[in-house]
Design a binder for this molecule. Structure first.
Ligand SMILES: *Cc1c(COP(=O)(O)O)cnc(C)c1O
Length: 331
């Protein structure tokens, strides 16, 4: 099974696919107990390259192949780069990714490089990278696969179909991290097309990168959650309309709150996501919820091993004797 079971609602044939989508919808008993709501986790880290970006990429790269593009390019905080690189490799196209220098998580970088993309480290931030690739594709037969690409939005809307099919109906609320605001726009489109009640869309940005919360661009976005370290969201306006029409909201969570949710998910629910993904659960814990709610966990924890090792307990050195092992294991 893959998201291509919704082929009749997608704009292209599956020319380039790694069987993305159909990700686990996991009940969260500990979070439910804490909040009094019925909490579910949509674990998008289970996609082929470890983030929801694959849903959009299979559709966008299929369209690029149909249109005869010679290469695909994106600006990325990491996961779009990893995904674009994989789908370009699969399609036999050149892949090029522009990432902000020094700001990309190790796992994502390893993926982009292993998939043989040209990885360009820009001495600038994400917003500058996006501006440059937009200019580049005006001049060359290259397909831009950032979420400004409509095919990405269409692919990513399938997550909403899966949730509605999984629960039997739309949930009461959806908690979701927001960076460039493409994904919240996609979920909204998905719920609309599913033609059930649209849940309240509750988007969360990191305090140091919260342009939609403050109503203005942030020149130097800063947060531990690198996947949402974006100061000028490409789909900000659309996202704000979607949020308003669902009677939802966009709010900020601190890095501390994000990291607390990140640790709790791994240690108490057994679900390991990357820091940006935990912004949804940080929002749930901070602002509360009622009824049946879904938190979107956008990417896998293994994407950012540095963040994990920084947050977790240390390994325990031990002498090779039964007594010593007994003490550290049972003590
Ligand atoms: C891309 C990404 C986001 C943000 O999605 P937008 O569509 O940019 O709002 C959140 N979390 C992870 C892990 C991502 O890769």
């Amino acid at each position: 099974m893959s998201l291509w079971r919704y082929r009749d609602r997608l704009p292209v044939e599956p020319l380039v696919t790694l069987n993305e989508g159909d990700t686990p919808l996991i009940p969260a008993p500990r979070l439910s107990e804490r909040t009094g709501a019925e909490v579910w986790l949509k674990f998008e880290g289970a996609n082929p390259t470890g983030s929801f970006k694959d849903r959009g990429m299979t559709v966008a790269v299929s369209a690029a192949v149909r249109e005869g593009a010679q290469a695909v390019i994106c600006a990325s905080t990491g996961n779009t780069a990893a995904s674009a690189a994989a789908y370009a490799a699969r399609a036999g196209l050149r892949g090029a990714v522009i990432v902000p220098e020094g700001n990309i998580a190790t796992g994502k970088l390893a993926q982009a490089l292993m998939h043989d993309a040209r990885v360009v480290a820009l001495r600038g931030n994400f917003d500058e990278a996006l501006r440059l690739v937009r200019e580049l594709v005006e001049r060359h037969p290259i397909s831009l696969v950032n979420s400004v690409n409509e095919f990405r939005i269409d692919g990513q809307k399938t997550a909403a179909f899966e949730v509605c099919d999984g629960l039997g109906e739309a949930p009461d609320a959806l908690f979701i991290p927001v960076g460039n605001a493409g994904n919240i726009t996609s979920w909204h489109r998905g719920f609309e097309e599913y033609e059930d009640a649209i849940p309240r869309l509750l988007g969360f940005q990191a305090e140091g990168a919260a342009p939609l919360v403050h109503g203005r661009a942030v020149a130097r976005p800063e947060t531990v959650a690198s996947a949402i370290r974006i100061g000028n969201p490409a789909r900000g306006e659309e996202a704000m309309e979607a949020i308003a029409s669902s009677r939802g909201s966009i709010r900020a969570v601190s890095d501390q709150e994000i990291l607390a949710a990140y640790r709790l998910l791994a240690a108490k629910e057994g679900v390991f996501c990357e820091p940006a993904s935990a912004a949804s659960v940080a929002g749930l814990l901070k602002y509360g919820a009622e009824g049946r709610v879904v938190c979107v966990l956008t990417g896998h924890g293994l994407k950012d091993p540095t963040a994990a090792l920084d947050q977790a307990r240390s390994v325990i050195p031990c002498e090779p004797s039964l007594a010593a092992v007994e003490e550290v294991v049972m003590g």
